[in-house]
Design a protein around this ligand. Structure first.
Ligand code: GUN
Length: 291
């Protein structure tokens, strides 16, 4: 069984970007610059944004963290995004989701300039991705594609079963895996909460992407022997014996599924670091396109 080590694979991607940034600076250019917007103090969002800002520092990018109290009005947030759109020194903008209920995520996502949309959530970015045009691919699906590439896992003609239909992971993942590209060309089944016979469908998967957000949902009896299993879940499960009072669990029961899978990504240390690698690549791409 191959353990798909996202920490190692993301390190390789980040090292490449670090060297590219150094070369840009040696040629007299400024470094790429990411602006991250965080509203409120959701514990998981704080952790994700801190990881993104830290990675910028590691590879030599500039970063700006814009924090707002969760009482900020929708208009104030939209005004800030307009300011970042117009700031020539900023290449990429990400607004960490989820946002407080009184703010429309759709409005905020559409307010980010498509030229700086390093999260790839803008309807223009999504439309371009569907048509196979140059665009920004959402960081988590992009990171998974980079992981398949890092381990040179053949996907052509395989049956990929994607569990979960979110705009952030499941849906873009289904598009990418079915695209006519090197790590695409799969036959894709997308499953969700209304899917009948989920277990039977999973058993047909040569590749399973688990992105439904339920801790340890995928068990060994749902997985075809030798299948590639990618775990996108990050759920905090309360555990008084853990130092932080909780443990991070994926959507896959790793110990159980690793007895049958051919390859499996762990949580933590799998898709999480690859998401950051995807975001860092998008930020470099935004910088180069704007230059
Ligand atoms: N919330 C969960 N995943 C993501 C992500 O990839 N980007 C942003 N902006 N918010 C998220």
């Amino acid at each position: 069984m191959l353990r798909l080590d996202g920490t190692a694979a993301s390190k390789a991607v980040k090292e490449q970007l670090k060297q590219q940034t150094l070369r840009l600076e040696q040629d007299g250019n400024r470094a790429p610059h990411l602006a991250a917007v965080l509203v409120g103090s959701n514990g998981a969002s704080e952790t994700y944004v801190a990881g993104k800002v830290k990675s910028c520092g590691e590879i030599g990018y500039d970063s700006t963290l814009v924090r707002f109290d969760e009482t900020i009005s929708e208009q104030e947030l939209l005004d800030k995004i307009a300011e970042l759109n117009n700031d020539d020194t900023i290449d990429g903008i990400l607004v960490q989701l989820p946002l407080p209920k009184h703010i429309s995520e759709a409005k905020v996502i559409s307010a980010v300039s498509p030229l700086k949309d390093v999260d790839g959530f803008h309807p223009i970015s999504v439309g371009r991705m569907v048509q196979g045009l140059e665009t920004f691919i959402p960081a988590t699906p992009y990171g998974i594609m980079l992981m398949l590439e890092h381990y040179q896992l053949e996907t052509k003609g395989k049956h990929a079963v994607v569990i979960g239909r979110s705009n952030i992971v499941g849906r873009p993942m289904s598009i990418l895996l079915s695209s006519n590209t090197t790590y695409g060309n799969c036959t894709v089944t997308i499953c969700h909460s209304h899917t009948h016979n989920l277990k039977d469908l999973c058993l047909q998967g040569d590749i399973i992407i688990a992105a439904l957000g339920r801790a340890e949902f995928v068990k060994a009896d749902m997985v075809k022997p030798g299948a590639i299993v990618i775990d996108v879940g990050i759920t905090r499960v309360m555990d008084e014996t853990a130092a932080k009072g909780y443990r991070i669990k994926g959507d896959v029961d790793y110990a159980d599924v690793s007895t049958v899978a051919g390859a499996i990504s762990p949580v933590p240390g799998g898709v999480g670091p690859m998401t950051i690698a995807g975001l860092m690549k998008n930020t470099m791409e935004a910088y180069l396109r704007r230059k």
